[in-house]
Design a protein around this ligand. Structure first.
Ligand code: F6P
Length: 357
């Protein structure tokens, strides 16, 4: 009999429940097991908040957004810190693991979750990771579940903005999530037919952006669509240290990077508006692709548990689901390479990336 703990940590995304379901259904089918739900991510492990789950708990959740287990952000840098509450988080997590007689913990999460999972591995626990995030920035996997759904949602927003941009002869900036990675912006920008795409990996030159807009307008195009990552920076901003940038942002009168750029464009006489779809990009039901990849990932995790191949995370490499050691993934990220094929493709159809290539 194996007792499998399962938790979801970090920002939620569509596909978490589909993955949980994949792990559970395949585990029940492959081995004699019990599944223990750990509530609210690593917080549940720290505070011993767990529930004994039954097969029926995993029915009807394939299409459900969010996570049936709840989630929480528990920063890696605070894991070994004893804070005011006096709680030794790592000690508590190890105690819960043993108290609940767990044979392993499956951790569904992003980059931060993978660092925490690796910490638990280093502490001698049996851990398996599963890569979720709309940001698609987890090292070692081509795709994370949640990404495709977010691309679809962001693309739908861009499509809708197109029509109103056209009616009003406006420049519209749509600010897309993704933290420090530009995957979501790049994919939704191309899918949504953006004119300018600004991603963190390519610091933008304001003059180049303005020139691209002027050129469009001189050709008789009455509107322009800029799809901009929340982490995009101008060339000047990209030169700042982390501290300098933080202080600079705090002093700016704008709530988000897109408003600062909108202000620059508005001053040239081109009427500009901003749309920030925000957490909508993380909400609702997963797309068919995400349901499939979530199921494949979940089932693969169950195989790893059956074979007692712990200390691994599940990855997609060239369309094959494989296991990658957590130690190789933890602490690394996956920015968009500037020679990425989709960037090259975009350039060939005249897309502007804010640089003068
Ligand atoms: O990591 C997913 C993500 O949605 C990022 O794209 C975004 O920067 C961040 O989470 C937002 O976090 P929160 O939900 O804590 O505001």
């Amino acid at each position: 009999m194996k007792r499998i703990g399962i938790l979801t940590s970090g920002g939620d995304c569509p596909g978490l429940n589909a993955t949980i379901r994949g792990v559970a259904k395949a585990s029940y089918g492959m081995m004699d097991c019990e599944i223990v739900g750990i509530l609210d991510g690593f917080q549940g492990l720290i505070n011993d908040q767990t529930i004994e789950m039954k097969p029926k708990d995993f029915s009807g959740i394939l299409t459900r957004g969010g996570t049936i287990l709840g989630t929480h952000r528990t920063p890696f840098k605070k894991m070994r810190k004893i804070e005011e509450d006096g709680i030794d988080k790592v000690k508590n997590m190890i105690e819960t693991y043993h108290k609940r007689n767990l044979d392993c913990i499956v951790c569904l999460g992003g980059a931060g979750t993978h660092k925490n999972a690796n910490l638990l591995r280093e502490e001698g626990l049996n851990v398996i990771g599963l890569p979720k995030t709309i940001d698609n920035d987890i090292y070692g996997t081509d795709i994370t579940f949640g990404f495709h759904t977010a691309v679809d949602i962001a693309t739908e927003v861009i499509d809708r903005i197109h029509t109103t941009a056209d009616s009003h002869d406006r420049v519209m900036i749509i600010e897309i999530m993704g933290n420090k990675a530009g995957w979501l912006t790049l994919y939704s920008g191309v899918a949504g037919g953006a004119d300018v795409i600004l991603i963190p990996e390519i610091p933008y030159d304001e003059e180049v952006v303005l020139e691209a807009l002027r050129k469009r307008h001189s050709k008789g195009k009455n509107f322009s669509i800029i799809v901009m990552a929340e982490g995009a920076k101008s060339i000047e901003e990209a030169k700042m240290s982390k501290k300098e940038y933080k202080e600079y942002r705090e002093k700016l009168p704008f709530p988000a990077v897109s408003y600062r750029l909108a202000d620059v464009i508005n001053k040239t006489g081109l009427e500009t508006r901003v749309t920030i779809p925000g957490h909508q990009q993380r909400g609702g039901s997963p797309t068919a692709y995400d349901r499939v990849i979530a199921t494949k990932f979940g089932v693969y995790a169950a195989k790893l548990i059956r074979d007692e191949q712990f200390g691994m995370t599940v990855s997609l490499k060239c369309d094959s689901v494989v296991a990658t050691p957590l130690s190789e993934v933890a602490g690394l990220s996956k920015p968009v390479p500037i020679d990425n094929n989709l960037i090259k493709t975009g350039r060939l159809i005249g897309l502007n990336f804010g640089d003068d290539l």
